[in-house]
Write a protein of this length. Structure first.
Length: 662
């Protein structure tokens, strides 16, 4: 029996270290690596089925060519040579007639690998040689990243492991036990030492059930709550004046802004009772250190970037950044200093950037859509318009995939892609401080190829002579580690391959902003006057639809990954929509009734679950369902194609709908 060290590639902050046991060339067991300080031997309910998923009967194992109408999912098997020849001819023709920018390489978060996935180099050099449009992967975290960077100079914050040292923990817009459950161990360590845990979420999630308090905030009003809490901190005389004076800028204007949000005003905006806000504000004023965990769900509304910027102000006002166990943890990606050389020098001229969440609108600008690591028909805003765009006869669509997703159904050519146990990759968690190596455990099944190998073969078939297009995976990995940043000191590919994971070379304890920030002035920048709260669209826009829809992460799927797994589908049961009893009664809806959730963009069907987990006026239906396995649509049919205030972030939790009997 051979044990192979690897890493989970999926879009989760925990990026687990795993061990694959191989017998006679077959992967027979997978388990979390007990030696990894964050994984600690445990995987999630989804990834526990990864080997079963990789061996599933609907796995795509060979190149395919469309034989039926677009959207029909009708294909014939072809050879790799046939696929590469057809692709080469079509790409050359598009470049010659329309220019390289008529190609859109649409890369998603199906893998977060720095070799094979969205984080790094896969395909980018090839696209630059052709002069293709650039792709802005804004779908997940860009609004929050932008807000935190405006405030702190980086989206990176505290080490999540230091939650074990906190005395007050705010889980703000994050369902830890579903989306990154390994943090809970550190929260439990803190609770054993008396820490108080508060969940701030429009939904009473499984995490909120385990917290000491749950504040059922109105969707998208988080910045107003932060200002209300800080109003109490100021009133309690708990401002760390020395820290504010030494390491921040803009305090006078920001303190005047805080004064506009006494608890009564914050309560009116957020829907949280004034006495509850005052109580938590008092606890915040008196408790050091306080740790805030805010993940991507919190910033998927019109004011999402500003919300993260204003929440980031809390530990600057209280001085929590001085303390181990104090501060904000959003994404540790800002601390990852790998060298990602996409070779923009290979471009003949500057090219436009197309935005991931604007696929429905911008698809008409291109003649080739190349999808990899993504399932936009199942995952992207305004999905009904995306479907219509993919039906164009003059659009050449190539999809690199593992399974026959809804997006695959619209492809002209489908290329079979490897899964994580079958290729080499380098990873960095965005919820911890480790780099991880994934060594291939088994050979790819059928004719599946890794992303890097696919682009190497395509470059060769097209006769491209740029040497960097043919770099091996190990050479690409070496390039990633070539920088001289202190955090990479002592970390090599050889060491990663031997040990499986290495903590980045940051101090322990890691208190990143105890003595300043990575901004041009070394100071944290408070929001300016009038810029500390941006209302969500549902609150500021006139709409004929009375309910606000939240689309949280499902416990059994990760985005649309595992959306076809029979056992996880069984556990997930039918698509459901949580409806408060008052909203159900006013519409004559009964528990178990099949309904249509809709607006002017489209609709989807689900079964009513009457629940006090959502407040009146708020409904919730988890994301991650494959439309074709869920009645033909999912919640993205009603999500507006509109940008957040910063970073052009997506608005998945900022949509007005109505519910009617199906």
């Amino acid at each position: 029996m051979l044990n192979v060290l690897g890493a989970c590639p999926l879009d989760c902050p925990d990026t687990c270290s795993w061990i694959v046991s191989v017998d006679d060339g077959k992967a027979v067991k997978m388990r979390g690596n007990p030696e990894h300080p964050y994984t600690r031997g445990a995987l999630c309910v989804k990834v526990n089925r990864y080997l079963e998923h990789a061996a599933a009967g609907d796995r795509i194992l060979h190149p395919l060519r469309r034989t039926g109408p677009k959207g029909s999912g009708q294909f014939e098997r072809i050879s790799w040579d046939e696929a590469l020849e057809e692709i080469s001819v079509r790409l050359r023709g598009i470049v010659e007639e329309f220019g390289g920018e008529a190609i859109w390489p649409y890369n998603g978060t199906g893998s977060l690998g720095y070799l094979q996935g969205c984080e790094g180099v896969a395909g980018r050099r090839f696209w630059n040689v052709l002069g293709a449009s650039k792709h802005w992967l804004n779908i997940c975290s860009s609004a929050g990243n932008s807000g935190l960077t405006l405030a702190n100079g980086t989206p990176g914050g505290m080490d999540p492991e230091d939650f074990a040292h906190a005395k007050l923990i705010l889980l703000w817009g994050t369902n830890t036990l579903t989306s990154g459950h390994h943090l809970w161990k550190f929260i439990q360590d803190a609770r054993a030492q008396g820490a108080h845990v508060v969940a701030i979420d429009p939904i009473r999630t499984r995490t909120a059930d385990q917290a000491d308090e749950h504040l059922a905030i109105r969707p998208g009003t988080d910045a107003a709550l932060a200002l209300g809490l800080l109003n109490v901190v100021v009133a309690e005389g708990a401002v760390d004046a020395e820290y504010v004076e030494s390491f921040t800028s803009g305090w006078d204007d920001f303190s005047a802004e805080i004064a506009k949000y006494p608890v009564e005003v914050a309560a009116e905006i957020t829907g949280i009772p004034a006495d509850v806000i005052h109580s938590l504000g008092t606890r915040l004023a008196r408790t050091r250190p306080t740790a805030i965990r805010a993940t991507m769900g919190i910033q998927r509304h019109a004011g999402g970037g500003t919300a993260m910027r204003t929440i980031a102000a809390i530990p600057a006002v209280t001085g929590d950044w001085r303390h181990q166990g104090g501060g904000v943890a959003y994404s540790t990606s800002g601390h990852v200093k790998l060298t990602i050389d996409t070779r923009d020098d290979l471009l003949d001229k500057p090219v436009r950037t197309l935005t991931m969440t604007r696929l429905a609108s911008d698809l008409e600008k291109v003649k080739c859509l190349w999808v990899y690591g993504a399932n936009p028909v199942g995952s992207t805003s305004d999905s009904e318009r995306i479907r219509q765009g993919l039906l164009r006869d003059d659009l050449f669509t190539v999809v690199m995939e593992q399974f026959p997703t809804d997006t695959v159904d619209y492809a002209d050519i489908v290329l079979p892609a490897t899964m994580q146990i079958e290729h080499m990759d380098l990873h960095a968690g965005y919820g911890h401080m480790y780099l991880l190596w994934n060594e291939p455990a088994v050979a790819p099944p059928g004719e599946c190829l890794s992303t890097t190998e696919t682009f190497r073969r395509l470059a060769a078939h097209m006769g491209l002579d740029e040497p960097s297009l043919y770099a091996s995976d190990l050479e690409l990995a070496e390039d990633l580690l070539q920088g001289d940043h202190p955090s990479l000191r002592g970390i090599t590919v050889d060491r990663l391959r031997k040990e499986g994971w290495v903590r980045m070379s940051y101090p322990e304890p890691f208190v990143p902003f105890a003595e300043g920030f990575p901004t041009s002035t070394g100071r944290m920048r408070f929001p300016s006057a009038g810029k500390a709260y941006v209302p969500p669209s549902w609150l500021s826009d006139a709409s004929p639809y009375p309910l606000t829809l939240i689309t949280p992460a499902a416990h059994t799927f990760l985005n649309t990954t595992f959306g076809n797994n029979p056992e996880l589908l069984r556990r997930a049961k039918d698509p459901a929509v949580l409806v408060n009893a008052a909203d159900a009664a006013s519409r004559g809806l009964a528990a178990g009734q099949r309904v249509r959730i809709h607006n002017d963009r489209g609709g989807f069907e689900a079964v009513v679950e009457i629940s006090d987990r959502v407040a009146p006026g708020v409904v919730a239906s988890p994301k991650g369902r494959w439309p074709k396995l869920s009645g033909g649509s999912n919640p993205n049919a009603v999500v507006q194609e509109k940008d957040a205030d910063l970073g052009r972030g997506a608005l998945y939790h900022d949509n007005r709908v109505e519910i009617s009997p199906a």
